[in-house]
Design a protein around this ligand. Structure first.
Ligand code: ADP
Length: 390
């Protein structure tokens, strides 16, 4: 075991062996930070040569619900964490009972991965969220009684807006998801915000500056992110305080992404909690003293948390696969985009592109947030991830 004695402050190499369930882009960026910090990683993912597996060099090719593979992972590492939420939390709980360290904990993951249980927990903690009820998707009257406009959310398995249906009137019930669900009030949000929060093993909590998320209409995928959010200082402080209160209440260890609505009336509501590094925190790699990935590793390995200060404004765009193109990716407009000062490209190394698949992201730094946004728009017009195979 590579656990140091706390009195000596001496660590062997590797400082810690990290197991990562899920080998996507979040895992990839986590592995890069881990290597820098003197940690090694084993990734568990069903796709051979996954984005994270390529960088770690050690991958168990298996599904996140495979008990044997999860046990194998646990035996090879000091601590297990994850970059996805769709994991069998019961197996993780069994592994934790057998003495394996899993952070955030299996019980917290189980609570968060079920959107109904998550909302119930937030409500019990006194965290403001949109009003909601559990619903039988076949019971039209229940929807009617609750009142439109509303938002139906699948309890399990949704991400990037899949599993979420906005219903403005009874006519929209035609799109009902036939799965266990909750419905909640539609929130007319002036802005959607996110706050990245880290909580250490000793309970210390730190947050980054709130960021502003802009969504591509229809696709429900983060389109551009502006950091810090362009909102009054008092609202920035209130959003930070609410996010910290949420993570403190949940009591998890590691990085959490707290998504918030800022209503037209200036009220803050928690939309949802992600128990992992978050798309809205990618900008921290270039713009903050300690990025969200290193911060997560510090938390789960019991090292001191890093400073969360942002050194310069940033805009970030996701690079999504072009519509109607699938196959081995090509990056069009790369040279033109990189010629713009302050532009950093992250390509995730996925072997194949698909329409709207997250293939990479670009962060733009500028001393002025509006010029960062302007440059990010230029980059978006220049870069396209497509495929030459038709
Ligand atoms: P996912 O887990 O798929 O990201 P979210 O709960 O974050 O699902 O919902 C995706 C998007 O749907 C949100 O970013 C927001 O734009 C919209 N949305 C979700 N809940 C509401 C709501 N109560 N009112 C208005 N819009 C909502």
């Amino acid at each position: 075991m590579s656990t140091p004695s706390s009195s000596s402050d001496q660590y062997p190499y590797p400082v810690s062996r990290i197991g990562i369930i899920g080998g996507g882009q979040l895992g990839r960026m986590l592995v890069k930070s881990a290597r820098r910090l003197g940690c090694t990683c084993v990734v568990l993912d069903p796709t051979p040569g996954s984005p994270a597996g390529q960088v770690s060099g050690q991958q168990i090719v298996a599904d996140s619900h495979d008990p044997q593979a999860l046990r194998q992972l646990a035996e090879q590492v000091d601590v297990i964490t994850f970059d996805i939420e769709d994991i069998d939390a019961t197996i993780l709980a069994t592994l934790a009972d057998a003495g394996h360290q899993i952070l955030p904990s299996a019980s917290l993951l189980a609570e968060i991965q079920d959107k109904l249980r998550q909302k119930q927990r937030l409500m019990a903690l006194g965290i403001p969220t949109a009003d909601f009820i559990e619903v039988d998707p076949d019971d039209a009257e229940q929807f009617e009684r609750f009142g439109y406009p509303l938002v139906q959310k699948a309890r399990r398995g949704g991400y990037d807006g899949r599993g979420v249906v906005v219903m403005r009137s009874a006519a929209d019930r035609a799109q009902v998801l036939p799965v266990p669900s909750l419905i909640e009030r539609f929130v007319p949000a002036a802005k959607e915000l996110a706050v990245i929060v880290v909580r250490g093993q000793d309970g210390e909590v730190r947050s980054y500056e709130p960021v502003e998320m802009c969504f591509r209409s229809g696709a429900n995928i983060l389109d551009m992110l502006l950091a810090p959010a362009r909102i009054p200082a008092a609202t920035l402080a209130a959003a930070r305080a609410l996010a910290i209160e949420t993570v403190t209440g949940l009591g998890g260890v590691g990085i959490f992404g707290i998504e918030l609505f800022l209503t037209e009336a200036g009220e803050l509501l928690v939309n949802e909690v992600a128990p992992r590094t978050h798309n809205s925190g990618h900008y921290t790699i270039e713009a903050c003293i300690t990025d969200q990935f290193e911060q997560h590793l510090r938390a789960i390995t019991g090292l001191p948390l890093g400073a969360t200060d942002q050194m310069i404004p940033a805009a970030m765009i996701n690079l999504l696969g072009a519509p109607d193109e699938s196959g081995p990716p090509v990056i069009r407009g790369l040279r033109a985009a990189l010629a713009i000062p302050g532009v950093s490209l992250h390509f995730y190394g996925k072997a194949s592109t698909r329409p709207f698949r997250k293939m990479g992201h670009v962060t733009v730094l500028d001393s002025d947030i509006e010029s960062a946004r302007h440059k990010a728009e230029q980059v978006r017009a220049l870069i396209e991830i497509g495929s030459e195979v038709q």
